[in-house]
Write a protein that binds this ligand. Structure first.
Ligand code: RIB
Length: 318
């Protein structure tokens, strides 16, 4: 928590969305009207989610992004501030606040349709605010729900300032070579890894091969999250597989964001990457047992009550 907005350790540059969530028994067919089991709205957006998850693990966090001049924008900024995130570098835009329409089915899987709104206006004005927010920070966290030129500019500023750049290439899209060279840690899921590597990702072995292929493009570490199948990390030494914790999932929304925010908090306080991954697995395990995005994210104290994540096994030694 950072209620006084002291120098942030982690800065998140990215999206803020209001999530409008319908629980449905299944996804409707074309032309079909289906009755939802329930409706909720809660703060979301990959950027704001990662900032919140990180702050709940005790890091000092600042958020740079854009919202509209509307009730959703006010609510999203207030929610960040309530978690101690410095939301002053979130600007107000002429476009409406980003909105995500989410359907979560009985299998806990989600389908998301995004209207980016103000997130689409993020650009060089925002990277100038980022430059100021980064003074003294250790980590910049990036995702791809804001325009790619701004993401690349943000990564270049942070890299030049000596920060570790953590990139979550979600939603998946091709990355410019220059961006690969600026990023220290890439965190992505199976779909994103398959799209970016052109390789099938089915299990820990294939995940290790894809992660290692992506690592060779520049990042020191590539971390591939696979939900109930655990996490694979590829670094210069080896590829290691961490098993997942067995939980009863009700909603997987923001599980990846929770993992990343928790990992960034651990790295910011000087933990080794394996310890950060283990904490990220615990936090994501708790997140999927609850409905929603930011409302489902655990605080640091809650992780202590969970079983420890077993030590990783090496899947691709070098
Ligand atoms: O990663 C989950 C997030 O994706 C949701 O909160 C939604 O806003 C979309 O951006």
């Amino acid at each position: 928590m950072n209620p006084d907005h002291a120098t942030p350790e982690v800065v998140v540059f990215g999206s803020l969305n209001m999530d409008l969530v319908l629980r449905v028994p299944r996804v409707p067919d074309a032309g079909e009207t289906l009755q939802a089991r329930s409706f909720m709205s809660n703060p979301g957006g990959k950027g704001a989610n990662q900032a919140t998850a990180c702050a709940r693990q005790g890091a000092r966090v600042a958020m740079v992004g854009r919202v509209g001049n509307d009730a959703f924008g006010l609510a999203l900024k207030a929610s960040l501030e309530a978690d101690g995130v410095d939301a002053r570098p979130v600007a107000t835009d002429a476009a409406a606040t980003g909105v995500a329409l989410i359907m979560v089915d009985d299998g806990a899987q989600n389908r998301i349709v995004l209207n980016p709104g103000a997130n689409a206006s993020v650009g060089s004005e925002d990277t100038q605010r980022l430059r100021r927010a980064l003074a003294g920070a250790r980590i910049l966290s990036l995702q791809l729900e804001v325009p790619m030129p701004a993401v690349c500019e943000a990564a270049a500023i942070a890299h030049a300032a000596g920060c570790t750049v953590v990139l979550n290439p979600a939603p998946a899209q091709t990355l410019p070579d220059a961006l690969w060279a600026l990023v220290g840690i890439v965190v992505l899921n199976e779909t994103e890894a398959a799209m970016l590597s052109g390789m099938a990702v089915r299990d820990a072995s294939s995940a290790a091969r894809a992660a290692d292929a992506l690592r060779r493009r520049g990042p020191a570490q590539v971390i591939l999250t696979m939900g109930g199948d655990g996490v694979v990390i590829a670094d210069a030494g080896a590829c290691r597989h961490f098993p997942a914790l067995a939980v009863q999932a009700v909603d997987t929304t923001a599980a990846g964001d929770t993992f990343i925010g928790t990992l960034c908090a651990a790295l910011a306080r000087g933990d080794a990457i394996d310890a950060g991954i283990a904490l990220g697995i615990q936090a994501a395990a708790l997140c999927v047992t609850r409905a929603g995005a930011q409302v489902s994210m655990p605080c640091r104290q809650e992780l202590l009550a969970l079983p420890a994540v077993p030590l990783p096994s090496v899947v691709l030694p070098r």
